[in-house]
Write a protein that binds this ligand. Sequence first.
Ligand SMILES: [Zn+2]
Length: 374
Amino acid sequence: MRHVDISGLTAPAAWVAKTERTLNVVRAAMAGNTERAFTAHWTEDAVRDQLLELVGGKCWYCETLILRADVNVDHFRPKSEVLDVRGHQGYWWLAYEVSNYRIACKHCNSGGARFNGVPEGRAKGSQFPLLAGTRARHPRDDLNLEQPLLLDPARRGDPNLLGFDTSGYARRSDVPYSQAEANIGVCRAEETIRILALNDSRIIAQRSHLMREVTVLARLLDAPGAQQLIDEKVGPQAQWSSAAATALALQRACDQQIDVSTQPATVPAGTSAIDQARSYVDLRDLLRYLDPDDLEAGITLTGQHNKKVHHAVLDTDGWISIGKRPWRTPTTAARAATGSSKIDGWEFWRLTIDGLEQTLANFRAKHFPPAAPA
Ligand SMILES: [Zn+2]
């Protein structure tokens, strides 16, 4: 995900006048309790062309180029309903607000992604979960009081929360968890990956191929044209360029490590800081309290939802795998397993330690203060 600067977007006066008329019809329908109809003015060239120009016709969420397919304009705050929020009539007053528009491919917008042949991700659609804050329900409500859960390409800082591993998987980056994430044990990046299926099988393969290409090019910088090719691949408008930029940074870090390998280490051995916020979101700080042999073999986690038992495996690096799909956080793993967006994975998953079955929440409380840090 790259940051998309939408501050220069303008809505042409004729378009604004037209959409105001449409919005008045919507208002009248709501007042008369009849069905609302939103004319799709957001697909008109006057607006959509501006959006497409910002990052060169790729999906703002997954960065896949949209060629020879319909370009969806996603409403970041959904216009007609909000999934899982009872009684919410949608952010209808933002239906024709250009700052609410995001370019999205079909899979990010309405689903269809698959992982190893299995459908994955419910897609953005009318989902707009909040991490914290107060949800706006009326035009007079302050949108700044909402803290959206999904990463927003148009919000500076959000794209930096998404990183990639060398296999091409989208992952949480090294940016520390926020206090709001720690308070409810949820990782915004991982929830975005789950909901938008940013690790669909085909995209992983393509991303990993691109990352290998960039790595090789970075090693051959003296070759004619190598630098130009790298520049093209990491440019903001290039397909999956944030993954390409990650591959380039990894290769540079690798080169520097070779250069400084004779220097003394600057971090004293044996110190490992505990990140309080991280301890409330993912399991890595708790691994030291588990038997290394058990972890090596994989510790089974079980959880039950709607009378169905789900299994996952916790490994030495703290990944929780369901089938062959690894997740970093208990909550996203639980939500991916059950399809429910409301489950708290710390309460959901159970494991057995020294013959005692307990929830991850119990296990965590034993080793960390019982309340989330203030
Ligand atoms: Zn997409």
